[in-house]
Write a protein that binds this ligand. Structure first.
Ligand code: AMP
Ligand code: FE
Ligand code: FE
Ligand code: ZN
Length: 295
């Protein structure tokens, strides 16, 4: 870690993945790194699960590091695949629990089918993909674990190379993840007292089609909390568009690194959210979540 890396970090990193989805570091390791970087606080946001919350909370408490519990939820809005960051919702809520169970089950079947297809042409087995999964059935399984198995088999040199090849969404092996709609996710998170933010809504490199102004407006009217504007995948013209939409619809503006440990080049703290915005998120959450731990 260079001095430049640490010098840039300020505020809260509200988008971080651990071994409970496709990150490579434990929740404790994540909290330790945030503290070393001098961040004000951070959020744990694994894909479609809250299985890492207990470990993250315990580490946050031990180290005196403020933490928001969260989840990055996979959703669909018409033709657009959307990621949504849900913060401070009640993890005991049966609607949310049902939603995650269904998505994670569908992900497992979809990933397995992709591996069956890939294994006709490349030297990997389903067992070798499962060997890359760090927390067993608690981990949300997906393409990154296929990518890691391909790296292990010597087909690619790292995960990003695999994502540029066999794991790409334009590869013949690709299958989409069956997901709930953005409106279903929003209703569930609102019901569970949480705050919902659209992750990287301007990520042109990731999505052939982005959410339109109308689609974002419709969600805003149903109680959307904010837009993750400060994210490396949102190019400058998208950031301008998103800031204007946030202003128009009274949405919070957040930032996060989308840190995955060694799984992606994104550096923790490279994009952050201010203390004031985090305070508004905490304010808007209805407190049914065993609250953000703040030292
Ligand atoms: P899936 O949800 O199974 O379709 O896999 C998509 C996940 O892979 C996303 O959550 C990303 O974080 C991760 N991902 C996408 N592109 C890359 C990449 N180039 N390198 C590493 N991970 C990636
Ligand atoms: Fe990810
Ligand atoms: Fe995402
Ligand atoms: Zn993410």
């Amino acid at each position: 870690m260079t001095h430049e890396d640490t010098a840039k970090a300020s505020g809260w990193d509200l988008h971080c993945h651990t071994v409970f989805s496709d990150g490579t570091v434990t929740p404790r390791g994540m909290v330790e790194q945030a503290q070393q970087l001098g961040l004000e606080g951070l959020a744990i946001t694994d894909h479609d699960t809250n299985a890492g919350w207990d470990q993250a909370r315990q580490a946050a408490k031990d180290l005196g590091m403020p933490l928001l519990p969260g989840t990055e939820i996979t959703a669909q809005d018409g033709r657009v695949s959307v990621h949504m960051l849900a913060y401070l919702y009640d993890s005991e809520d049966p609607v949310i629990a049902g939603l995650f169970a269904k998505t994670r089950d569908a992900r497992l079947t979809r990933t397995r089918t992709m591996v069956e297809r890939i294994s006709r042409d490349y030297p990997i087995t389903w067992q070798e993909v499962l060997d890359q999964v760090k927390e067993g059935s608690k981990t949300t399984v997906g393409r990154p674990h296929i990518a890691d198995a391909l790296v292990k088999a010597g087909v690619y040199s790292d995960r990003s190379q695999a994502f540029a090849g066999v794991c790409s969404s334009s590869s013949p092996y690709y299958l989409p993840t069956p997901s709930p709609t953005t409106h279903q996710v929003l209703a569930a998170v609102n019901h569970a007292g949480g705050v919902l933010v659209i992750a990287h809504p301007g990520a042109v490199s990731r999505n052939p089609v982005l959410l339109s102004d109308q689609q974002i407006a419709a969600l805003a009217k149903e109680g959307l909390g904010g837009l993750e504007v400060w994210h490396r995948d949102n190019p400058p013209e998208q950031r301008r568009r998103l800031l204007a939409l946030a202003q128009r619809w009274g949405l919070l503006v957040t930032g996060g690194s989308d840190w995955h440990g060694q799984g992606k080049p994104n550096r923790m703290g490279e994009n952050c959210t201010s203390d004031q915005v985090v305070a508004q998120i905490v304010d808007r959450a209805r407190g049914s979540c065993p609250v953000a731990w703040k030292g």
